[in-house]
Design a binder for this molecule. Structure first.
Ligand code: CA
Length: 220
């Protein structure tokens, strides 16, 4: 759950940020406001947000699903990279942080592109499948309760179009993936997901040591 890329010392990480991060004043303000919250560690690193925006542009995504939105930093990065008629559906639980997300999306002028559904994500995902939205999402970002990661994978594979991209966050889990017999169900679920992704022939795979670890899965 570290918010910065792993394996860089402080000086080199600062250099990376100084020389490549193009964070807007609005995104910076959102990140700083979020950093004051008790669950601040849920926020992605700014260089990861910039990378995900680039992925949206590279893939030409027009329809995105996000599972786990929090104060909306990753959603804002992706929404701003969408074309004007692009759509981003965000899944999260009701919380004080919802209003922060919506306030910044409004200020950025991308509210029209984003729908926030406040319900357990598995309910929303099932409703999307029932509603005939299978095979329709260009990009799916999964950054929610880790114990459900293996379940989210199966839903994402139904909802993503062929050639679509599924992203899993926190796949290196601050190094806890190395534990042999973890007590934490979250750690065990991430380990199980990573093992599954390695051998899953439904996807092409790359795991990046970006932020807390980001796995890119292209649906075959
Ligand atoms: Ca995360």
């Amino acid at each position: 759950m570290t918010q910065r890329s792993l394996n860089l010392d402080d000086n080199l990480y600062q250099y990376l940020l100084d020389i490549s991060l193009r964070e807007s004043p609005l995104l910076q303000r959102l990140r700083e406001e979020t950093a004051r919250l008790p669950m601040a560690r849920w926020q992605i690193a700014p260089e990861q947000g910039q990378f995900m925006a680039l992925l949206v542009q590279l893939t030409g995504a027009r329809k995105i699903l996000e599972i786990g939105t929090f104060t909306g930093y990753s959603a804002l990065c992706m929404a701003q990279a969408l074309p004007a008629d692009g759509r981003l559906l965000c899944c999260d639980l009701p919380g004080d942080y919802n209003a922060i997300a919506e306030r910044y999306w409004y200020e950025a002028g991308v509210s029209e592109r984003i729908e926030l559904r406040l319900a357990p994500a598995l309910e929303t995902l099932s409703a999307l499948v029932r509603g005939g939205q299978g095979e329709s999402f260009d990009l799916i970002f999964i950054d929610a309760d880790k114990a459900n990661y293996p379940v989210y994978l199966e839903h994402a594979l139904v909802l993503a179009r062929q050639g679509g991209l599924i992203l899993f966050d926190n796949v290196l889990w601050s190094g806890r993936v190395l534990e042999q017999s973890p007590d934490s169900a979250d750690t065990r679920a991430i380990q199980a997901l990573n093992r599954t992704l390695k051998r899953d022939q439904r996807i092409d795979l790359s795991m990046l040591p970006l932020g807390d670890g980001l796995s890119l899965c292209r649906k075959r």
